[in-house]
Design a protein around this ligand. Structure first.
Ligand SMILES: Cc1cc2nc3c(=O)[nH]c(=O)nc-3n(C[C@H](O)[C@H](O)[C@H](O)COP(=O)(O)OP(=O)(O)OC[C@H]3O[C@@H](n4cnc5c(N)ncnc54)[C@H](O)[C@@H]3O)c2cc1C
Ligand code: SF4
Length: 447
C-alpha cells in the first residue's frame, strides 16, 4: 500500500481514531486511578490493623471541600506514603509516619491543608502558646520541640520568632539579663543569636553540650535538614537537604564563632519564679534574674521507658552515640520508628560483627520512612539484622533478655539494649511553672 492510500484511510477514519484514542486514554487513567485507590485503601486498612492509624504529632488535615484533587501534596512528602488520593481527594493514609514537615501544606495550590495536633476524636496535650510562642505566663516562652513540633528547621524558626517577640516586649526592670534561654539545641541557638543580633544581653544555659539532640545523634547519622536562616549568618541550604550530624554541628559551631555566641554548658535549669515582671531562674550554678525566659529544652531529656523489670540495668540505654563502641555484641534495639531502625542499621553494619535483633511492636514498619524501610529490609535479607515484628521486651536480665514474640516468650543472649520508644513530654514540670497544657483536637498552634 502506498503512502497516499494510507493517509486516505487515516483521513476517512479520523473520527474513529480520535474517539478510539480518547477512549483508550480514559481507560488507562481510570485503571491507574483505581489502582491508586486500591493502594491507598490498603494503606489505611494496614494502619488500622496495626493500631497506628492515629497521628503522633503535627499532621495534615485536608479540607475535602477545598481539595481539588491535583495530587501535588501526595508527591512532596520526604517521609513517603502519608497522603494519597481517594476519589479525587487527598486522604491521610499513613498518619503515624508523619513528622510534620509541612511540605504538603506548602504544595497545596488551594490552601486545603492545615497542619494540626490531635484528631477530632483524640486530643493531644500541647502547652498553650500564642502565635509568637509565648505561654500563658507572660514573658515566658517555649520554642522548638518542647512546644510539640519536631524538626530542626521548625525549632530554628520558632527560636527566632520567640526571641523577637520577647525582645519587643522588654521592660526596664532591673535584671541580670534581658533574655535567659534554656537549652542550646537549634531553638536555643536561634533564640540566643536573635538576642545578639538585636544587641540585647542574654544567658544561654545548657545542661549538656551545644547542639542539643543533634549532638546526641549517632556518629555520621544523615540528618534531613531543609534550608534555614540564622540571625547575622544568613540562609543555609545543604545539598539534597541532607547533611551528616558532624557537618551540621560544625556549621553551627562556625556560626556560633562568627556571632560570638556564648553558651554556659553543663548548667541545668531547675526552676523559676516570677517576681513582678522579672523571672528569678534557679540553676545548679546559681540564681539569675531575667526579663524574659525562653524554654528551648526539647523533649529528649525524658525518653519513654519500657516499664519492664531489669530496665534500670546499665546495659539499657536510650541513645546511640558511637556504634563503634559496640563490637561482637548481642544487641537488641527496641523501636520500629526512624530512630530505632537507624540504630539497628548502624549496629548491624557487618564491620562491627554484632548480632542485632530489632523489635517492632506492630506487624509492619508503620512509623518509619520508606528509605529506612528499604535499607533495613535489605540488611535483613543479607542476614545482618533480625527483625521481629509483634514483639516487645518482657524482662531484661544481666546476660539475657526475655521477649514476647507473637504471644510466645523467647529468651536471647544479650549484652546491650537500645530503647527508641519516643519521648514523654515533660508536662508536669511545665505545669509546675504555671504553664497551661491544652488538649488539642485537630487544632493548630495558638488556636
Ligand atoms: C533519632 C532522631 C532523629 C532525628 N532526625 C531528624 C532529622 O533528620 N531532621 C530534623 O529536622 N529533625 C530530626 N529530629 C528532630 C530534631 O532533632 C528535633 O526536632 C530538634 O533537635 C529540636 O530542637 P530543640 O532545640 O527544640 O531541642 P533539642 O535539640 O532537643 O535541644 C534541647 C536542649 O535543651 C537541653 N536541656 C533540656 N533540659 C534542660 C535543663 N533543665 N537545663 C538546661 N538544658 C536543658 C538539652 O540538653 C538539649 O541540649 C530527630 C530526632 C531524633 C531523636
Ligand atoms: S495539594 Fe491540595 S488540592 Fe491538591 S490534592 Fe493535595 S489537598 Fe487536594
Amino acid at each position: 500500500m502506498g503512502m497516499k492510500k494510507l493517509i486516505d484511510i487515516l483521513i476517512d477514519n479520523i473520527v474513529y481514531i480520535i474517539f478510539g484514542g480518547m477512549f483508550f486514554f480514559v481507560y488507562l487513567s481510570t485503571r491507574k486511578r483505581n489502582q491508586q485507590h486500591k493502594e491507598a485503601k490498603k494503606l489505611i486498612e494496614k494502619a488500622i490493623k496495626s493500631g497506628v492509624n492515629e497521628p503522633m504529632t503535627l499532621h495534615p488535615e485536608v479540607d475535602p471541600v477545598l481539595c481539588a484533587g491535583c495530587g501535588a501534596c501526595t508527591k512532596v512528602c520526604p517521609e513517603g506514603d502519608i497522603l494519597k488520593l481517594i476519589n479525587h481527594k487527598a486522604v491521610l493514609v499513613g498518619p503515624s509516619k508523619c513528622v510534620g514537615h509541612g511540605e504538603c501544606e506548602r504544595a497545596c495550590p488551594v490552601d486545603a491543608i492545615k497542619l494540626v495536633f490531635g484528631t477530632k476524636t483524640r486530643g493531644m496535650d500541647i502547652p498553650r502558646l500564642s502565635g509568637n510562642y509565648e505561654t500563658n505566663v507572660k514573658g515566658l516562652y517555649i520554642a522548638g520541640e518542647l512546644g510539640g513540633m519536631g524538626l530542626i528547621r521548625n525549632a530554628i524558626k520558632q527560636g527566632i520568632l520567640a526571641g523577637q517577640d520577647a525582645i519587643s516586649k522588654l521592660s526596664s526592670d532591673a535584671a541580670d539579663y534581658d533574655l535567659l534561654v534554656v537549652g542550646a539545641g537549634p531553638a536555643g541557638l536561634a533564640a540566643s543569636m536573635t538576642a545578639i543580633a538585636q544587641k540585647k544581653s542574654y544567658l544561654c544555659i545548657e545542661q549538656g553540650s551545644f547542639g542539643g539532640t543533634v549532638y546526641n545523634f549517632p556518629r555520621q547519622k544523615v540528618v534531613m535538614s531543609h534550608p534555614f536562616e540564622l540571625p547575622l549568618v544568613g540562609q543555609k541550604k545543604f545539598e539534597s537537604n541532607k547533611v551528616s550530624k558532624e557537618q551540621l554541628l560544625s556549621y553551627w559551631s562556625e556560626a556560633r564563632k562568627k556571632v560570638g555566641l556564648k553558651v554556659s554548658e553543663q548548667t541545668k535549669f531547675e526552676n523559676l519564679e516570677k517576681i513582678g515582671n522579672i523571672f528569678s531562674v534557679k540553676t545548679d550554678k546559681g540564681v539569675f534574674k531575667a526579663r524574659k525566659v525562653i524554654l528551648c529544652m526539647g523533649v529528649r531529656g525524658s525518653p519513654r521507658r519500657l516499664g519492664v523489670p531489669g530496665e534500670d540495668l546499665s546495659k539499657v540505654t536510650y541513645n546511640l552515640l558511637d556504634p563503634e563502641q559496640y563490637q561482637g555484641q548481642s544487641v537488641v534495639v527496641v523501636g520500629g520508628g526512624n530512630a530505632g531502625v537507624e540504630a539497628a542499621q548502624m549496629l548491624g553494619d557487618p564491620k562491627w560483627n554484632n548480632k542485632v535483633h530489632l523489635l517492632v511492636r506492630s506487624e509492619t514498619f508503620d512509623r518509619c520512612n520508606e528509605d529506612n524501610i528499604k535499607r533495613i529490609t535489605a540488611m535483613k535479607q543479607k542476614g545482618q539484622v533480625e527483625i521481629w515484628f509483634n514483639s516487645s521486651v518482657q524482662e531484661v536480665l544481666k546476660d539475657q533478655i526475655k521477649i514476647k514474640k507473637e504471644n510466645k516468650i523467647e529468651e536471647l543472649k544479650n549484652s546491650f539494649v537500645f530503647v527508641f520508644a519516643g519521648a514523654e513530654m515533660p508536662h508536669k514540670f511545665l505545669m509546675s511553672l504555671g504553664i497551661q497544657i491544652d488538649k488539642k483536637f485537630a487544632e493548630g498552634l495558638g488556636n
